[in-house]
Design a protein around this ligand. Structure first.
Ligand code: SF4
Length: 217
C-alpha cells in the first residue's frame, strides 16, 4: 500500500513535468475529422507509424465519406489507398466489417464506450482507448503503445512488456483525469528522448528522478 502511494506520487511528478515540456503534444497526431475517421486511422496505425498513416488518409477520406460508404464497400476497394501500410488487407477487411457493424448495431454512430468499441472487428483496447479519449473526451482505460511500454518500464512504473498488465498497473497509480494525457505524454517522451533504440537522458526533463537515467547525479 505504502509502495503504491509512493508510486502514485512519483507518477504525479512525472506527469506534471511532462505536461510542462510536451504541452503542445497532448493529442493524437493522426489526421481525422470525425470519430469514424479517427477509428479508421487508428485501426490503420496498428504496428505502423502515424506519419505513414497520415500520408494515405487524406486521399482515403476524400474518396469515401462516412460510415455508410465504407459499409457498402468490398475490402479490396480500399487496397489502392491502404496498400502502403503493413497488414493492409486485414486492416481493410476489418474497417469494412466495423462499418457494417456500426451501421447495423449502432445507428451508424461510432460507439462511445469501451465495450461498444471493442465489440467491433479488429478493435482492441488500445484503439478503443485512443478513440474514446480523442473523439469523445472519455477515459475508461489507458492506451498503451510501444513507446508507453518502453517509457513505463524505464521509469520503473512497470516491469513487463505486456500492454494489458501495464495498463492495469498504471490505472492503479495514475488519477483517472490524467489517463488520456498520459498516453500522449509517454509517446511524446518516447519519440523525443526515450526511444526504444537509444536513451538521450541528458536532454530529458526526468533525468534527475528516473531510475534508468544515465546522467550522473
Ligand atoms: S532519463 Fe533517460 S531513461 Fe529515463 S525517461 Fe528520460 S530518457 Fe528515458
Amino acid at each position: 500500500m505504502r509502495m503504491e502511494r509512493s508510486k502514485a506520487a512519483f507518477a504525479r511528478l512525472v506527469i506534471s513535468r511532462l505536461r510542462r515540456r510536451y504541452r503542445h503534444e497532448m493529442h493524437t497526431s493522426l489526421y481525422h475529422g470525425s470519430p469514424w475517421e479517427l477509428l479508421v486511422a487508428t485501426m490503420l496505425s496498428a504496428q505502423a507509424q502515424d506519419a505513414s498513416v497520415n500520408k494515405i488518409t487524406p486521399r482515403l477520406f476524400r474518396a469515401f465519406r462516412g460510415v455508410h460508404s465504407y459499409a457498402a464497400l468490398r475490402p479490396s476497394q480500399l487496397y489502392p489507398y491502404t496498400r502502403s501500410i503493413g497488414l493492409y488487407r486485414n486492416k481493410s477487411k476489418n474497417i469494412v466489417a466495423a462499418a457494417q457493424k456500426i451501421t447495423a448495431d449502432y445507428d451508424a454512430k461510432v460507439p462511445d464506450t469501451i465495450e461498444g468499441l471493442t465489440s467491433l472487428p479488429g478493435v482492441g483496447r488500445k484503439t478503443a482507448n485512443v478513440v474514446l479519449y480523442n473523439a469523445f473526451h472519455r477515459s475508461e482505460g489507458i492506451a498503451i503503445d510501444t513507446h508507453c511500454i518502453t517509457v513505463a518500464n524505464r521509469l520503473g512504473l512497470a516491469r513487463t512488456g505486456n500492454a494489458a498488465k501495464i495498463e492495469r498497473t498504471l490505472m492503479q497509480v495514475v488519477p483517472r483525469k490524467d489517463w488520456g494525457d498520459l498516453t500522449h505524454l509517454f509517446i511524446a517522451l518516447g519519440r523525443d528522448v526515450c526511444t526504444a533504440k537509444k536513451k538521450y537522458c541528458v536532454r530529458c526533463v526526468l533525468n534527475d528522478i528516473c531510475p534508468s537515467s544515465t546522467v550522473v547525479k
